[in-house]
Design a protein around this ligand. Structure first.
Ligand code: SAM
Length: 248
């Protein structure tokens, strides 16, 4: 692991380049440093991330996860991260926004155990993770329509993701999906389903993940915000095979 001061300088440069300067503080930098150490060490024993270069971790995991905050997350919001894997965007959001509470959800129990253990080591009291399938957990009364914000990064295409995520969003809350190049196409094919599930597309914000790595191009990002305007019918989400075979 590189020296702390060098790591801090790298994070500051990337965050400044991406308009994320407000999330720079000694406490936040310390937590990102510790997270990087733990993640790269654990990654030697179990598969958490394919990204192991520190500059790339800072850009593609930390800054990229924080870009979705531009959707506007209210103070104290209750957030669910569907398919959080090794904790993205769960960790960066919980670190940068101590006022919110984040629940990470993933079907892989090993990854969830790692996220919970690491959150404890980082002293993150606002992050917990649950191992379950989204389409099953959405029928639990303490989870259904209980979250102000539901997000998911790199889990599925928007038509599938909408059915997995919108049932967890309370009416008046939102589903925020960060997408890359295929955003427009995915949006078109998800429009009808989003309405059926009680959502209304509220904002489509084009942005970019700006890179400082030599030879690396900036990456297109689109942050899609869907407002929950009506309750989701009790029959959704359907079984995963059905969602995949015939998206709404
Ligand atoms: N969001 C993380 C990230 O951006 O690094 C992980 C992305 S990984 C490519 C997709 C994750 O979604 C996997 O860990 C997988 O187990 C999880 N996943 C896929 N479908 C799921 C479902 N129906 N319920 C819960 N987790 C799911």
């Amino acid at each position: 692991m590189i020296e702390k001061s060098k790591f801090f300088a790298k994070v500051c440069s990337v965050f400044e380049k991406n308009g994320l300067d407000r999330y720079i503080s000694d406490e936040i930098l310390d937590k990102f440093y510790l997270l990087t150490e733990i993640m790269l060490e654990t990654n030697e024993k179990m598969n958490i991330t394919a990204i192991t270069d520190i500059d790339a971790v800072i850009e593609r995991h930390y800054a990229d996860s924080l870009l979705m905050l531009s959707a506007g997350i209210e103070e104290g919001a209750k957030i669910l991260d569907v398919g959080c894997g090794g904790g993205f965007p769960s960790f960066p959001i919980a670190i940068a926004r101590p006022d919110v509470t984040v629940t990470g959800l993933d079907s892989t129990a090993k990854k969830i155990a790692y996220v919970n253990e690491t959150a404890k080591k980082l002293g993150l009291k606002n992050l917990r993770a649950i191992s379950a399938r989204a389409e099953e957990l959405a029928f639990e009364s303490e989870m259904r329509e209980k979250f102000d914000v539901v997000t998911a990064r790199a889990v599925a295409s928007l038509p599938i993701l909408s059915e997995l995520c919108l049932p967890f969003v309370k009416v008046g809350g939102k589903f925020v999906a960060p997408k890359s190049k295929t955003a427009e196409e995915e949006l078109q094919s998800a429009r009808r389903g989003i309405e059926k599930l009680g959502g209304r597309i509220e904002k489509v914000e084009k942005t970019a993940l700006r890179s400082l790595i030599e030879g690396e191009e900036d990456a297109e990002r689109t942050i899609i915000s869907v407002k929950k305007v009506a309750h989701t019918e009790g029959k959704y989400p359907r079984a995963y095979a059905q969602i995949k075979k015939k998206p709404l």
